[in-house]
Write a protein that binds this ligand. Structure first.
Ligand code: 5GP
Ligand code: ZN
Length: 114
């Protein structure tokens, strides 16, 4: 979608530190990391929020979680544990309205989140 930051990152129009990509998703390092490992996994398709996911995205969401698991393993945080977070809309702190999943690892996380 025109004007969308993450569409531009997915299209390579804006540079990012990409660690994985395929025909459906791109994973890149967050510009403001909140943990030693902090990736954003995004669908190439412009979907504004996870509330906009539909039946047609069922396989895509499964793929995103499998990619998250593989990347956590590759980056060495799978064994100790990691977190996958999707913030949906304002109350959850979503700031970029192209659905994305944060993969965070390499430190201890508190629960419940603030
Ligand atoms: P949200 O708050 O919407 O869940 O997460 C958006 C994330 O995108 C934030 O963690 C923020 O640091 C990250 N971000 C914002 N702009 C950029 C950018 O231009 N490049 C990268 N790599 N990450 C960004
Ligand atoms: Zn987009």
């Amino acid at each position: 979608m025109e004007g969308c930051l993450f569409c531009k990152i997915a299209g390579g129009e804006i540079k990012s530190d990409v660690v994985y990509q395929d025909d459906r998703v791109v994973a890149f390092r967050d510009i403001n990391p909140q943990a030693p490992v902090h990736l954003l996994i995004i669908p190439r398709e412009h979907i504004p929020t996870i509330s906009d996911l539909r039946e047609q995205h069922r396989e895509l969401v499964g793929h995103i979680f499998l990619v998250a698991g593989k990347l956590a393993d590759q980056l060495g945080v799978a064994r100790e544990g990691y977190r996958v977070v999707a913030n949906c809309r304002e109350a959850a702190g979503q700031t970029v309205f192209h659905a994305h999943f944060h993969l965070l690892g390499g430190r201890q996380f508190g629960w419940p989140p603030g």
